[in-house]
Design a protein around this ligand. Structure first.
Ligand code: ZN
Length: 242
């Protein structure tokens, strides 16, 4: 893709309306905190939220989205199955998807993974060290060997996902758990990246390295896909003679 990928940041946008401690951290919503640094870097970014008509993800919006970023937590079940189907089909067709933090339990991620996507968790505001385990991966570009977040929610293994096609980051937590926190997948012509940090009461999306990882993931997931495959009965390309 010669042009920068067009990005849509989707946020459930519920905590910020009901919880003062979240609004203090993200007064304009988590989606704006994710969108702002991408806009500063020159990306064309729109935002969409659960309570928008069609969850803000009309066919027109999806037609003009190269990479969709997804944050959700308490209202996964309110996302309509039609929207989930539309997003999954777009990924298979080549749209990139970046799944953040508690969106491990989103319908779109679970549909694409085919597993429970369950994990251990603890809200203690403890230290997280996100180690780069694939330093040659484009999503790790420009990021230090280890990103330290002083206060985050813990997610621990076992994380019930299919083995990632590429594992880019592994997290360690102060309480002793570890977690596969940067997982890259190919699904059809599309690419999916799960990135763990981003609990709503911590300013994680203002951390420069976290922003850099998301930007890198947008570039990786937004790369142009190859030819559209044809499926089904197929005539021989060459004569079937002996
Ligand atoms: Zn959380």
């Amino acid at each position: 893709m010669n042009q920068a990928p067009r990005v849509t940041v989707w946020n459930e946008f519920r905590h910020e309306k009901t919880d003062d401690s979240v609004r203090e951290v993200y007064p304009d919503g988590i989606h704006e905190a994710i969108a702002a640094p991408l806009r500063e870097r020159g990306f064309q970014v729109r935002t969409a939220t659960l309570d928008d008509p069609a969850h803000g993800l009309s066919s027109d919006v999806l037609d003009n989205t190269d990479v969709l970023i997804w944050w959700g937590h308490v209202a996964h079940d309110e996302v309509t199955d039609d929207t989930v189907r539309a997003v999954v089909n777009r990924v298979w067709s080549g749209m990139g998807l970046i799944v953040l933090h508690s969106a491990h339990f989103s319908k779109v991620f679970k549909s694409l993974m085919g597993t429970s996507c369950d994990l251990k968790w603890r809200e203690a505001g403890e230290r997280e060290r996100i180690w780069t385990v694939d330093p040659g991966h484009p999503i790790a570009a420009g990021v230090g060997e280890c990103i330290v977040l002083d206060h985050e929610e813990m997610y621990g293994e076992h994380f019930d996902i299919p083995a990632p096609d590429e594992l880019v980051f592994v997290s360690w937590f102060q309480g002793g758990e570890v977690f596969r926190s940067g997982c890259a997948y190919h699904r059809g012509r599309g690419k999916v990246f799960y990135f763990r940090p981003g609990h709503e009461t911590h300013p994680t999306y203002r951390h420069k390295d976290v922003q850099r990882v998301i930007e890198n993931a947008v570039l990786w997931a937004g790369q142009a896909a190859g030819a559209v495959p044809t499926y089904g009965n197929h005539q021989p390309e060459e004569p079937l003679t002996r």
